[in-house]
Ligand binder design. Structure first.
Ligand code: GN1
Ligand code: CA
Ligand code: CA
Length: 128
């Protein structure tokens, strides 16, 4: 499947790829679903690095949404499948639900995670 996605980064059975556009969380999720994939959801260090490498191809300080949210129960981040998380890579002091309004998660170009408002625009990275 990797041959179908130019610029994709592979980690195990997964391929991570961007469409090059910035979208809010809801639209990014929709974009990935419509393509037959899901929002990037790194479940181990290798998958996190592959996602980070996509950001590096897009230049300095690129950030992307992950398929993780605490919209259901504040403070309890879960995969969009509803499962509990088995791997995290939070930046120091995160998640902090800044201004009581951060239920989505971005991955920064250093690979670290930060919770942010879901209506911000971030590079779309999907996994297949
Ligand atoms: C940013 O801009 P500020 O300090 O209110 C960030 C938060 C981080 C915080 C870390 C929209 O908040 O998510 O937790 O820095 N907000 C945004 O200091 O990126
Ligand atoms: Ca929150
Ligand atoms: Ca935060």
């Amino acid at each position: 499947k990797i041959l179908l996605f130019h610029g994709g980064k592979q980690a195990g059975d997964k391929v991570f790829v961007t469409n090059g556009f910035e979208e809010n969380f809801e639209n990014a999720q929709k974009t990935c679903k419509e393509a037959g994939g899901n929002l990037a959801t790194p479940r181990n260090a290798a998958e996190n690095s592959a996602t980070q490498e996509i950001l590096h191809t897009k230049g300095e300080s690129s950030k992307s949404f992950l398929g993780i949210s605490d919209a259901q129960v504040e403070g309890i981040f879960k995969y969009l499948t509803g499962e509990k998380m088995t791997f995290t890579n939070w930046n120091l002091g995160e998640p902090n639900n800044s201004k009581d309004n951060e239920d989505c998660v971005e991955i920064q170009d250093n690979g670290k995670w930060n919770d942010i408002p879901c209506n911000l625009l971030r590079l779309v990275i999907c996994e297949f």
